[in-house]
Design a protein around this ligand. Structure first.
Ligand code: PLP
Length: 244
């Protein structure tokens, strides 16, 4: 497959997915501006990633920090894209990652949030983050259990640790449906994430406006339950993926 074919195929995939997102948003009676499509580019190289940007996607998600660095420095991707880090982030990779000013979806421990806050403070900016919740309760899933998450939200909102966490802006929650869950079960899990968000928002003084949930197989269900960011990968790279 030559690069022109990659460009054409990715553009076609993008418009198909966009149309499905538009339909899901309309079905839910929501505003299209309230749902962002994050193109998950972990399956492809920088050139195919650039093809997605050319198709119109300006929100790119990577789950491995090093790959995000490499692509951001490849010279192939416009500086104007918004990067999203959606996979587990080790603390020793925080400083380097922050150079690219990603939105970090995958804060999966209090220590990681503290580290991001500290490094953001040192760099002189505020980083937008989401707290990852393990809603399916699977042990092999990343994300915090609800109790850990609530304690952390309380700290962010307030009094005690407000100062040490002031360089992070917690904009919402991120979740993945459990492996092998059918659509109905996935939708139920997304519903629970939104309920948890509503509870936290009512209890603590944080806007928590964002819900990052939904992937290629279940984004319609996520949009129906209030997702504001859907993380879509394989659907966008059908026909061009190196792996998957
Ligand atoms: C890979 C990945 C996605 C995208 O998954 P697809 O099913 O390929 O759309 C979304 N979120 C996270 C955290 C991922 O690692």
């Amino acid at each position: 497959m030559d690069y022109q074919q990659v460009i054409a195929r990715v553009a076609q995939n993008w418009s198909t997915v966009e149309a499905e997102v538009n339909n899901a948003v309309a079905d839910a009676g929501r505003d299209r501006n309230d749902v962002r499509v994050v193109g998950v580019t972990k399956y492809v190289d920088a050139a195919a990633t650039a093809a997605l940007v050319a198709a119109g996607c300006d929100q790119l998600g990577e789950n491995r920090p090093q790959v995000l660095w490499e692509k951001a420095e490849s010279g192939l991707i416009a500086d104007s894209v918004q990067w999203h880090l959606i996979g587990h982030l080790q603390r020793n990779k925080v400083r380097r990652s922050l150079q690219y000013r990603p939105i970090i979806h995958s804060i999966d421990s209090p220590r990681l949030l503290e580290c991001v806050a500290e490094e953001s403070h040192a760099a002189g900016f505020v980083t937008q983050v989401m707290l990852e919740v393990n809603v399916s309760g699977e042990a092999n899933k990343t994300g915090m259990d609800q109790e850990t998450l609530e304690v952390l939200v309380e700290r962010c909102s307030g009094a005690k640790d407000g100062a040490s966490l002031r360089n992070v802006e917690v904009i919402g929650l991120m979740a993945m449906a459990g492996w092998g869950t059918d659509l109905q079960a996935a939708r139920q899990q997304f519903f629970l994430v939104r309920k948890l968000r509503d509870h936290l928002r009512a209890t603590y003084r944080l806007p928590l406006s964002q819900l990052s949930m939904g992937m290629s197989g279940d984004f319609q269900a996520a949009i129906a339950e209030g997702a504001t960011m859907v993380r879509i990968g394989s659907r966008l790279f059908e026909g061009v993926m190196e792996k998957h």
